[in-house]
Design a protein around this ligand. Structure first.
Ligand code: ADP
Ligand code: ZN
Length: 442
């Protein structure tokens, strides 16, 4: 759908900075980050173990390798103030992760931190073509989750009129869209799919809406899901990646070419490692993304193991930005299912089923024990038009989905087709997997 050939930059010198200048800028910021880290109880100890007692240990980017990794467990163990680098009185806000994989972690912001964060989100939003003529409906959870307030401030910074609608309540969302002529949405991809099927159900005519684009993130989704949302809603969809440990949204974002996400390297240093050996991945290889935050004084975080799986693009982007691009996130290292010895990421299933046009908005992956074996069931909604009383076409569809899945994931799943709207829809991150097997060893 990309039809733009002149690209918009929020801050052209920064976004197109030559790589050598970017490296110099990163080195200077890394020294500051290390100096801030040395003021926290956790890093004072961890850095001393590597012989690092002052920022002077950092003279070039290759010194990054001497810094210790930080894991989510470290952040949890440091709760509540083990990673705080400034006096509590200078902290103006805190946020927490969604807690998708366990106890949430807390991140603190100074005034300066908030304004830098807003800058990264504004840059990302503006780069997709938004400006003060836009009306922005932020259909994501507000509160401790960073997606709400992060996009809210970024949207205001760009000059859009922001509607802080929050997640859920589709009827009210449609009313707001119509009353205020919303042009831009932000939501999880699962909520965008849901909203489209609700729209049909409630007879909302797309012609009465002014929607042009949407930002979708917070959870993995496939290229086919993007295309599906774009076609159904007649809009451009841009992938937005972030995590609370690195502020929240505004870490990496697609430009108008929609070919990989630019990771803002004046705010974060990315590395991609092999999660088993912790060695750098080969050029272009998919591995675990590790991020060092260069833009925060209250909670400096060095070499954070995100557990998110992605790879770098080799080529620079045709839009002219010099910041490297990462691939669509494939999932988290801890999302991986092992089914009768075969490794499977939920995203592999989504890739297959979302490419089948009869498949509806929602699906669920169920894994159970069946005697000694694991059994995989994929429950998927099908479009209302498809769900007829005549079961023959349905059975054929079921068989087609099963075969296509088996060919791609090498596991023979059971497939169940459900009427549109029968699976629960979550307002935040969708829960796609129900694994009822007893934990390994238990
Ligand atoms: P939690 O780790 O508890 O979910 P966050 O709310 O900070 O906490 O969510 C950040 C995580 O969400 C990322 O580490 C990543 O796994 C996922 N995520 C965010 N944006 C995307 C995206 N565009 N594509 C895939 N996954 C994403
Ligand atoms: Zn680009």
């Amino acid at each position: 759908m990309t039809r733009h050939h002149t690209y918009q930059y929020w801050d052209k010198p920064l976004e197109t900075m030559p790589r050598e200048d970017l490296a110099a800028c990163q080195t200077a910021l890394l020294r500051k980050a290390v100096s801030a880290a040395l003021r926290t109880p956790f890093y004072r100890r961890a850095l001393a173990q590597q012989g690092i007692r002052s920022e002077d240990a950092i003279t070039s980017l290759s010194d990054l390798k001497r810094l210790p990794f930080t894991t989510k467990q470290d952040l949890r163990a440091g709760f509540p103030y083990g990673f705080l680098s400034i006096p509590r009185e200078q902290v103006v806000r805190l946020h927490a992760s969604s807690g998708t994989t366990g106890t949430p972690t807390t991140i603190y912001f100074s005034k300066e931190d908030l304004s830098r964060w807003t800058g990264f989100v504004a840059r990302s939003i503006y780069g997709t073509g938004c400006n003060n003529t836009d009306v922005f409906q932020n259909m994501i959870t507000y509160g401790l989750f960073t997606g709400g307030l992060g996009f809210h401030s970024g949207g205001e910074e760009v000059g859009m009129m922001v509607i802080p609608s929050g997640a859920g309540n589709t009827a009210r969302q449609f009313r707001l869209m119509q009353d205020f002529g919303t042009t831009v949405l932000h939501a999880t991809p699962s909520f965008l799919l849901h909203i489209e099927s609700k729209m049909r159900e409630e007879g909302v005519d797309r012609k009465n809406l002014r929607l042009k684009r949407a930002f979708a993130g917070a959870e993995p989704y496939s290229e086919d899901t993007r295309v599906r949302i774009e076609e159904l809603l007649g809009i451009d969809v841009y992938n937005s990646y972030g995590l609370s440990e690195m502020n929240g949204p505004g870490v990496a974002f697609e430009c108008q070419r929609k070919d990989g996400l630019h990771l803002w390297e004046d705010g974060f240093i990315p590395e991609i490692i092999r999660p088993d050996t912790l060695e750098p991945a080969a050029e272009g290889e998919i591995g675990e993304l590790v991020l060092t935050c260069l833009c925060r004084e209250a909670t400096p975080i060095l070499r954070y193991r995100t557990r998110d799986l992605t790879g770098f693009y080799g080529e620079p982007c045709k839009c002219g930005r010099s910041h490297r691009r990462i691939r669509r996130i494939k999932g988290r290292t801890d999302d991986m299912l092992i089914i009768n010895g075969v490794n499977l990421f939920p995203s592999q299933i989504e890739e297959v089923i979302m490419a089948i046009k009869e498949v509806g908005a929602n699906y669920l992956i169920v894994v159970e024990k069946d005697g000694a074996l694991d059994r995989l069931t994929v429950k998927t909604e099908v479009n209302t038009q498809t769900f007829m009383d005549d079961t023959r076409p349905l059975n054929a569809l079921k068989e087609r989905i099963r075969k296509t899945l088996q060919a791609s994931i090498t596991i023979n799943p059971k497939v169940e087709l459900l009427e549109s709207g029968s699976l629960p829809i979550s307002e935040g991150k969708a829960a796609r997997v129900l694994d009822s097997r007893p934990p390994a060893g238990g």
